[in-house]
Design a protein around this ligand. Structure first.
Ligand SMILES: Nc1ncnc2c1ncn2[C@@H]1O[C@H](COP(=O)(O)OP(=O)(O)OP(=O)(O)O)[C@@H](O)[C@H]1O
Ligand SMILES: [Mg+2]
Length: 249
């Protein structure tokens, strides 16, 4: 199954992605953790050492390899063979393979069609066995949703906070996800602090649209500040409930 996690800046996309990735791995799934956010932070949230992270280049910046596989001239392959790339250029941590895509660039003066086709081919090459799962942290902004990398996604999770602007962005993302043909789109409310906020979420989302509500969790913010260590295993029951819903559907 391929899952993309999207939503407004700062709502908790990376946190939710990292938690789901670790939980799936804990349950014995092979997980491809795809950082599709140019401001990548998924690796850190997964607890991968900075020294190790700095050793892998984002796929999009591997110009020579892209040239070799795609062809260098004005003509390039539309269906490049990239079967072993994802495994070769990812960091392997137990059941997790971490892959940094880099910024999917827009053609301004230069055309990045070649690079974009390459990234899309890599996402599509993550061929899935029954116990494989791909989780992509898409980053903020909605540009990526018009790109090929969102195709083939089985479930789009849109994270939102209890606030009008965050909900508005969530609805815009939903519209775009529908436009590009993603059939299953669900919401997660994150950092919910009290009953008033919970009521706001329930007013704005139907029960069937909502995968779950994740309350503000001090352990999560302590980890972000480095007060608590980022661990490999997890203990957030609300996120685990969401994962169980994903598995059973
Ligand atoms: N449930 C939660 N409880 C407490 N803090 C949280 C929770 N979820 C996320 N946070 C904190 O909120 C901040 C933003 O989270 P995160 O980086 O996951 O958001 P993001 O949507 O990925 O942001 P960006 O758009 O910059 O990529 C982080 O400091 C994170 O630790
Ligand atoms: Mg993020």
């Amino acid at each position: 199954m391929k899952i993309a996690v999207s939503g407004k800046g700062g709502v908790g996309k990376t946190t939710i992605s990292a938690n789901l990735i670790k939980l799936f791995a804990q349950k014995g799934y092979n997980v491809y953790a795809v950082d599709a956010d140019p401001d990548s932070s998924l690796g850190m949230a997964l607890g991968i050492d900075e020294s190790e992270l700095s050793q892998i280049q984002p796929i999009i910046d591997m110009k020579d390899m892209i040239g070799d596989i795609m062809g260098d001239g004005a003509l390039y392959k539309l269906n490049p063979l990239v079967n072993d790339i994802a495994d070769k250029f990812s960091i392997h941590k137990n059941m997790i393979k971490f892959l940094r895509m880099g910024a999917v660039k827009k053609g301004d003066s230069e055309c990045y069609c070649r690079e974009n086709i390459f990234l899309k081919a890599i996402v599509n090459s993550l061929i899935l066995e029954t116990k494989d799962i791909v989780i992509m942290d898409m980053g903020a902004g909605i540009e990526h949703l018009t790109r090929g990398t969102s195709k083939g996604v089985d479930l789009m999770i849109i994270v939102t906070e209890a606030g009008k602007s965050s909900v508005q962005t969530a609805r815009i993302v939903e519209g775009l996800a529908k436009d590009i043909g993603i059939k299953k789109i669900k919401f997660i409310a994150n950092k919910v602090r009290n009953e008033k906020e919970e009521a706001f979420i329930r007013e704005n989302f139907q029960h069937s649209e909502l995968m779950g509500i994740v309350h503000y969790d001090e352990k999560i913010s302590d980890r972000a500040m480095g007060i608590e260590k980022v661990t490999e295993t997890l203990d957030n029951n609300e996120i685990e409930e969401i994962l169980n819903k994903i598995i059973s559907n």
